[in-house]
Design a binder for this molecule. Structure first.
Ligand code: GLN
Length: 298
């Protein structure tokens, strides 16, 4: 039986990530996968070059490398992804949280923190919650501030993952509802939300990037009408579910900023603006329901 040390595996990783193929695996996926298999902290790779992998560790490591070569992302192999410094379980029913989505969380928190006085029992809705990363990160930040957080998804399988993540991140009070966007939510003045947030599917069905995202649920990634169909539905219906002065914040594609701002304006939103992601692309559009609107809460 071949015996391999950390030193030799590191050389293998170097070879695997040195080629010039377009289907290359990021080198941190391989080192993180190795650490996961041998269940050791990061430092171990620098201090313990002579550690010999057991037969089963080596077999597990190699099997994972084959899966990554077949297009399975590291997060699905490990079953976890970090987001907003919290840990989230993920599986094939949920999108893997992207760092850029933290911009959405950050913008919503900024808005909440600059509101003069919001009423008691504030309500926040996350549409298409997936792993729950947005709703749970926000609930975590707003834990001591009397917010009710509601998160919906069409997929019961995704909701199971999100529910688990709420408990593991100590925000068990988030309410999860199976719903196609707003469909299962009650209407009525008492049911209105102060904030609606969403990272809906927005990739154009004809976009070549989809070819590289085969492991993730297509229903969470792509939408008709150049990727804008679900965003349009969410924006158009939002005023039925938001309070006067309430915030709508939506993640979208790098080239959809102008179209999404127009949808917000057409639905009567004010203070409509778009914020860039960490790569300098337009990524999150925000707007508020006018305060003068007839929608008042008492
Ligand atoms: N921004 C993600 C990507 O390009 C997609 C997320 C989404 O569709 N909501 O991979």
């Amino acid at each position: 039986m071949t015996v391999l040390t950390i030193r030799q595996i590191k050389q293998q990783i170097g070879q695997l990530t040195n080629g010039d193929t377009s289907s290359q695996i990021p080198s941190f996926w391989l080192t993180d996968w190795l650490l996961h298999v041998i269940d050791k902290p990061k430092l171990f790779l620098m201090t313990d070059d002579d550690y010999q992998l057991t037969d089963s560790e080596l077999a597990q490591f190699n099997a994972g490398v084959v899966k990554m070569q077949q297009g399975i992302p590291l997060a699905y192999l490990i079953g976890q992804q970090e987001f907003w410094s919290l840990n989230f379980n993920v599986n094939e029913y949920t999108l893997i949280p992207r760092p850029d989505t933290e911009v959405l969380v950050e913008q919503v928190l900024n808005w909440i923190n600059t509101q003069p006085v919001l009423r008691n029992h504030k309500r926040l809705l996350d549409l298409g919650t997936g792993s729950g990363c947005i709703a749970i990160s926000l609930a975590h930040e707003l834990k001591h501030a009397d917010w009710q957080v509601v998160a919906v998804d069409l997929s019961l399988d995704a909701l199971k993952v999100a529910q688990h993540n709420a408990v593991s991140n100590d925000v068990a009070h988030v309410e999860f509802i199976q719903s196609s966007w707003y469909q299962a939510l009650p209407t009525g003045d008492e049911q209105r939300f102060d904030v609606i947030v969403s990272n809906p599917p927005y990739i154009d069905e004809a976009d070549e990037h989809l070819a590289g995202l085969t492991a993730e649920p297509i229903s969470a990634l792509s939408a008709p009408n150049h990727g804008l169909a679900d965003i349009e539905h969410i924006v158009v219906q939002a005023t039925t579910y938001l309070c006067a002065g309430g915030l709508l914040a939506i993640e979208h594609g790098f080239d959809q900023g102008a179209a999404v701002r127009q949808l917000f304006l057409d639905s009567g939103f004010e203070s409509v603006h778009t914020v860039q992601d960490y790569g300098g692309n337009e990524r999150v559009t925000l707007g508020c329901v006018p305060n003068s609107n007839v929608y008042h809460r008492f």
